[in-house]
Design a protein around this ligand. Structure first.
Ligand code: AMP
Length: 261
């Protein structure tokens, strides 16, 4: 699984050289995760990453981290403004961001793409890129949940400002109010989880991202999973739907991510 250096390579694009070099491992897992905002994609990506050993690559995390820069570039400022409105970041900025991080697609452990692609143009870019690299996707997991449940999840969601662990005030409360069980960091409500912003995000999902289900269905890659129940139940349902067991036979002594550098 991703070590700290590889996480830096993803979040910062640091040293993410784009060379046509690919080192394969016996059992890399390569999936795209789709789902409306609040469906629990990020939580599932984290759990699946632990089960499968593949790297969790979230474009939302990249943009949130970039937004904290004291000297944001014009692209970062534009991305931040779009996120605050609940809009999607433009395809141009997102694809530039991915180009800088292509190395992570070649990770020997595989990847779980969380939040990318979110539009047909992004999906076509990914299809072409993976084709050039000779890396097939194993599947595209679409998490499905009724809208009322999504709204309830988003309004109660709290995220650790430090380690990004996700909680819910009712269904997954932390042991101490507003304090992360994992790292002691402060739990905050994401600014884009405010109700007025959630509505815009849902519209963007319906109009721009949901059509990707058809795109991947035509490629025979789409697997739909009900996102009801506890995070662990959803993870188990996902692994069952994919027909894979946990792939934790990753060697303790080597870092598969390092092979991609
Ligand atoms: P997430 O954490 O995946 O919910 O992403 C948070 C926000 O980041 C989204 O609401 C978008 O504004 C932006 N974002 C993340 N990934 C993408 C993407 N692939 N395309 C467009 N916008 C994105």
């Amino acid at each position: 699984m991703c070590d700290i250096h590889s996480r830096v390579a993803w979040i910062c694009g640091e040293g993410a050289v784009d060379e046509p070099e690919h080192v394969s491992r016996a059992l890399p897992s390569r999936y795209v995760l789709l789902g409306a905002p609040g469906v629990g994609k990020g939580t599932q990506a984290k759990l699946l990453s632990e089960s499968l050993g593949a790297c969790h690559l979230s474009t939302g995390d990249v943009f949130r981290a970039a937004a904290t820069s004291p000297t944001p570039t014009a692209a970062v400022a534009a991305a931040q403004a779009a996120m605050q409105r609940g809009d999607l970041v433009t395809d141009e900025i997102v694809i530039d961001t991915m180009v800088e991080r292509c190395r992570c697609l070649r990770c020997g452990a595989g990847f779980l793409l969380d939040g990318f692609p979110r539009s047909l143009s992004q999906a076509k870019w990914l299809d072409e890129r993976l084709d050039q690299l000779g890396i097939p996707l194993d599947g595209v997991i679409s998490y499905e949940l009724p809208i009322e449940e999504i709204v309830s999840r988003l309004s109660g969601r709290r995220t650790c400002a430090d380690c990004k662990s996700v909680y819910h005030v009712d269904s997954r409360p932390p042991a101490r109010a507003d304090v992360c069980d994992d790292c002691g960091g402060q739990l905050v409500q994401r600014s884009d989880d405010r109700p007025e912003v959630v509505r815009i995000r849902m519209d963007a999902y319906r109009q721009t991202t949901e059509p990707l289900k058809q795109h991947y269905q035509q490629q025979g890659l789409l697997v739909t999973v009900a996102a009801t129940g506890s995070p662990e139940e959803i993870r188990d349902r996902t692994l069952q739907a994919l027909g894979v067991g946990p792939r934790l036979e990753v060697c303790d002594h080597c870092d598969p991510c390092a092979q991609a550098s």
